[in-house]
Design a protein around this ligand. Structure first.
Ligand SMILES: [Zn+2]
Length: 481
């Protein structure tokens, strides 16, 4: 059998996900047999996303890649929250975009434009595949108003002096996703409720304050104002993926509020089940056990990593090394180790590529190769067990009974799921350790200054670090010795 034949084996692939709704591992089956409809909660674009935020998008991308690897077609939609997200989750406080606009002396529109572009750039550097439908909240105001009107017709809403609210007591399944103790919450909540009827009620539409001129506000049948945070995801996901769709992803912080409210809104309007599988990724935590967050002031974004000469894909590699439902521990040492092992992987790949040359991996008769392939597939199909799959990849690369051709073929295949850009790595693009790069530059300077002894000394130093220098007409090249 040809390798392609082996790899495309369409033996009915069973993909399993842990569904937050049931808290159980379930075998995945899409509503429409072949095309999976998947919605990913996107960023609020009032500042640059930090690497903890980006973990959730890497996870969603891996989930999509696994589905595609398993033979499904995927239609993925993601929102850009570019309006009305208040600084507090409790429908109080200042609009984050307005606040950022004020601080940067510009408008909310400019802020959202700037950080949407930044987010897409960061996502691309992390090799996150572009979604099929990228939808902005501000482009879907009428859809949100329509949905609120449906909820009004179904008697789920009431009006206070500052907005239109969802009455959660009218939705008996409220809080099921998060296993919320709604009654307990209610009992302890007499004081800060204001005009809200229930502690868990939330705004669908907020009125502009009288006399206030906002950068972003719209006319609506309820009054001039702007949508609440949650309604956009219900409106846009159902518009593009249908009233019931397959998969919804996000960070675990969305479970108790945002996703709980999305379910209440969507199911309240349609009377149908909103989403079949809810998948949530855990946080990134600093090695001192703190969650990374803007309010804690311990935020690292992709730019911070790049300034330190870290390949953004080394961060993706680090993410793959932890299961998405576990906390990802992050710190100096952890990042350095991940970066070094990713560099080793890239070097190994280039070495294999060179050895394989033009030989095509048409044949993979090797039962051992097929064993690794089967193992890899069962791991990634088992609720995205990427840490195990990475270990299998390392075992495979170190297995002397496999030919380089098979190794290279398998690595390229695994990369479809990992998305580490291994198919695009060029020898000259391989980032060298910063230290060695500096040494190489020093040697060039010494040579320019005709300091041959100095240049030789540095050559030896580089040799001792594991590299030989080949002087080519295009300049010096490093080769692992
Ligand atoms: Zn959302």
């Amino acid at each position: 059998m040809s390798l392609e034949g082996v790899l495309n084996m369409k033996e009915k692939t069973k993909i399993k996900f842990r569904n937050t709704l049931s808290r159980k591992i379930e075998t995945f089956a899409p509503i429409d047999g072949s095309e999976v409809k998947m919605y990913t909660c996107g960023p609020t674009v009032y500042g640059r996303a930090h690497i903890g935020n980006m973990r959730a998008y890497i996870f969603a991308d891996v989930a999509r890649r696994v589905l595609e690897y398993g033979g499904y077609k995927v239609k993925q939609a993601m929102n850009i929250t570019d309006v009305g997200h208040l600084t507090s989750d409790a429908d109080e406080g200042e609009d984050k975009l307005q606040k950022s606009a004020r601080e940067q002396k510009t408008t909310a529109w400019e802020i959202s434009k700037k950080y949407t572009a930044q987010f897409l750039e960061d996502a691309s550097k992390l090799n996150i595949q572009p979604v099929h439908i990228l939808c902005k909240a501000t482009d879907h105001i009428s859809e949100q108003i329509e949905l609120i009107k449906r909820l009004e017709d179904n008697e789920f809403t009431y009006i206070t002096s500052d907005g239109v609210y969802y009455d959660t007591s009218k939705f008996p399944r409220y809080g099921d996703l998060a296993r919320l103790d709604v009654e307990g919450l209610q009992a302890g909540a007499r004081i800060e409720m204001g005009e809200k009827r229930n502690k868990t009620d939330f705004a669908l539409w907020k009125f502009s304050k009288p006399g206030e001129k906002r950068d972003m506000e719209w006319d609506s049948p309820f009054g001039k104002g702007f949508p609440g945070w949650h309604i956009e995801c219900s409106a846009m996901s159902m518009k593009y993926l249908g009233e019931t769709f397959d998969i919804h992803t996000g960070g675990i912080d969305h479970i108790p509020l945002h996703h709980t409210n999305e379910i209440a809104q969507s199911e309240g309007a349609t009377g149908k089940k909103f989403v079949n599988y809810w998948l949530h990724s855990d946080f990134l935590v600093m090695s001192d056990q703190e969650k990374m967050s803007k309010s804690l002031g311990n935020v690292i974004n992709l730019g911070t990593l790049e300034e330190r000469g870290i390949d953004p894909l080394a961060y993706r590699y680090l993410c793959l090394g932890a299961h998405y439902r576990k906390r990802l521990l992050f710190g100096e040492e952890i990042l350095k180790n991940a970066s070094n092992s990713f560099d080793r992987l890239k070097r190994k790949l280039l070495e294999l590529k060179e050895n394989v040359g033009n030989a095509q991996f048409r044949e993979m008769e090797s039962p051992i190769g097929r064993k690794y392939l089967a193992k890899f597939r069962s791991e990634v199909f088992n609720d995205l067990n990427t840490p195990q799959a990475l270990a299998t990849m390392q075992d495979m690369l170190g297995d002397n009974s496999l030919s380089d051709v098979d190794k290279y073929g398998l690595l390229m295949d695994f990369n479809k799921v990992f998305g580490l850009g291994l198919d695009k790595i060029q020898p000259e693009k391989l980032d060298m350790d910063k230290e060695i790069q500096t040494l190489l530059e020093k040697r060039e300077n010494a040579r320019k200054n005709r300091d041959w002894d100095g240049a030789d000394e540095i050559r030896n130093e580089i040799y001792n670090s594991g590299f030989v220098i080949e002087d080519t007409p295009k300049g010096p090249r490093l080769k692992k010795r």
